[in-house]
Design a protein around this ligand. Structure first.
Ligand code: SF4
Length: 352
């Protein structure tokens, strides 16, 4: 049997080329798009607005198979659900989180299996870089979450953050393909203002993204106030130090009009000191940005989270100086953190 083409790896334009190559009309691509992403069918057999011969032809040549969830773990307070999806070629599962907050349903998606950036506070980093996820594997997480939501009679995903496993902008082409589907009105129809991508701070990636003419949000994983500390926590800092990141954030704001979020992991005795708050203010004060404070999810015995009082004091110290600081709510804390804080325990799909 010939290799089946996975249609979830294609933008709408590429899907149109594919249906044209079958001798079909272009509009069939949009129909397939809707069936795959809005009705979330696993195969072509029930695509009832298309001729049977076309469905048979598609089944012979293409696949729209779904990712298989191997674990669905609800947080103890019911506001977050962690998913692990099996991949065909790996023992490790790809992980994602769905957060509920009022009317908002936010999907935190993974973009790579493992990650090569080696952040000290990150469980995913322990895997190293295994491989990039394909567009179908990125979108498959979203399909799986919307299936889960539909089964519960709840609304589908409204917001998306790329803060799961991996550096999304390091998987640029696949990320952009997935993004085009996520934003398309015949697929997930999530607008740019409801999408945020997180980066560990790879400056050329940020510059490349701002050249796309999109207005998606950008979150930079900062996590320290000086290069010495940041270099200790995030090796990427040796290549792109803090000053270059702040400059890139300013360029992004200037180009897109979107305030950049700086993610800042609070580690007791390291990043939560009064000196750190003062230095952060000097770094970011006067620039329209947001700081999101995240008590560390301790994956290393040497790194522990400050108590709630210390977290609040740190936030107040920034706030009083005019820096917009928020504390990541405890929602889903038992299953979710920030980039690199998602995973408390890597899931091996073969154990299911
Ligand atoms: S924190 Fe994010 S960028 Fe850093 S190693 Fe983990 S997944 Fe990669």
């Amino acid at each position: 049997m010939q290799n089946l083409k996975n249609l979830k790896n294609l933008t709408l334009l590429q899907l149109e080329d594919f249906v044209l190559s079958l001798g079909e009309q272009r509009f069939r691509a949009k129909q397939i798009f809707k069936w795959m992403y809005q009705k979330r069918l696993p195969d072509f057999s029930e695509m009832t607005n298309m001729p049977k011969a076309l469905r048979a032809s598609l089944s012979e040549r293409a696949s729209i198979a779904k990712l298989r969830p191997v674990r669905v773990l609800e947080s103890s307070v019911g506001d977050a659900v962690k998913f692990a999806f099996a991949l065909e070629d790996s023992d490790y599962a790809v992980e994602s989180v769905l957060l509920t907050d009022g009317d908002r349903r936010t999907a935190c998606l993974s973009s790579q299996l493992g990650c090569g950036l080696g952040c000290a506070f990150c469980e995913t980093a322990k895997l190293g870089f295994i491989r990039n996820l394909t567009p179908s594997e990125i979108l498959g997480q979203l399909v799986g979450m919307n299936d889960y939501q539909a089964a519960r009679g709840d609304r589908v995903v409204t917001n998306i953050v790329f803060m799961g496993m991996g550096e999304a902008l390091g998987n640029y082409e696949n990320f952009m393909t997935a993004l085009s589907v996520i934003m398309h009105e015949d697929a997930f129809n999530v607008g740019a203002r409801r999408i945020t991508v997180s980066t560990a701070g790879v400056v050329p990636h940020i510059d490349r993204l701002m050249g796309e003419g999109l207005t998606i949000g950008l979150a930079i994983s900062l996590n320290a106030w000086n290069d010495g500390m940041r270099g200790e926590l995030m090796p990427i800092n040796r290549k792109y130090p803090i000053a270059s990141l702040v400059e890139a954030a300013k360029r992004y704001y200037g180009r897109t009009g979107r305030r950049v979020t700086f993610e800042y992991v609070l580690i007791e005795g390291k990043t939560d000191t009064a000196e750190a708050a003062e230095a952060l203010f000097k770094l970011l004060g006067g620039f329209p940005c947001k700081v999101n404070l995240i008590p560390v999810n301790p994956v290393d015995p040497g790194l522990s989270a400050p108590g709630d009082g210390a977290v609040q004091r740190f936030a107040d110290a920034l706030y009083e100086r005019g820096v917009a600081a928020t504390i990541r709510k405890s929602r889903g804390r038992d299953v979710f953190g920030a980039c690199g804080q998602l995973t408390a325990e890597l899931v091996k799909s073969k154990s299911f």
